[in-house]
Design a protein around this ligand. Structure first.
Ligand code: UDP
Length: 140
């Protein structure tokens, strides 16, 4: 499997509970290297744009409000099959369905406040990484 990069976001429910270090340890233990990272307060426009694929869904307004309710940590993870590997250790969207030992099973509060975002394809990873990072900010 090839070395890939994926975009990760540690969401406001997790930064609020001071879980950044614990979640980062999960990435590193899984063989993913954090090659870029910054803590930011998203604007409403940024959150709406980032989640625009969901704009017709009933939960869109609440999701945007949640994503701007506090700081997030946006990061680029690098490793063998990083997109799939990250999705595996994140666990299912709804923590009630997330496999034991996954980040969401262990830390998420609800289907909305589910602690982490991870790109769902290599194609989306490239788009999402470019949305948050200049090439010079990613140091592999
Ligand atoms: N979400 C929500 N309610 C739902 C489904 C999703 O609030 O019923 C939120 C949740 O924070 C999720 C995000 O919308 O992580 C994006 O949803 P997606 O289906 O893309 O899940 P993910 O790829 O994050 O697992």
């Amino acid at each position: 499997m090839a070395t890939e990069r994926t975009l990760s976001i540690i969401k406001p429910d997790a930064t609020r509970r001071n879980l950044t270090g614990k979640i980062n340890a999960r990435f590193e233990e899984a063989g993913l290297r954090i090659v870029a990272q910054k803590r930011v307060q998203l604007t409403k426009a940024q959150a709406e744009q980032f989640y625009s694929v969901h704009k017709e869904r009933s939960f869109f307004g609440e999701l945007v409000a949640f994503m701007i309710s506090g700081p997030v940590v946006v990061q680029v993870l690098e490793g063998e099959g990083a997109v799939a590997r990250n999705r595996e250790i994140m666990g299912a969207t709804n923590p009630a369905n997330a496999a034991p030992g996954t980040i969401r099973a262990d830390f998420a509060e609800s289907v909305e406040a589910n602690s982490v975002h991870g790109s769902d394809s290599a194609e989306n990873a490239a788009i999402e990484i470019a949305y948050f990072f200049a090439g010079s900010e990613i140091v592999g």
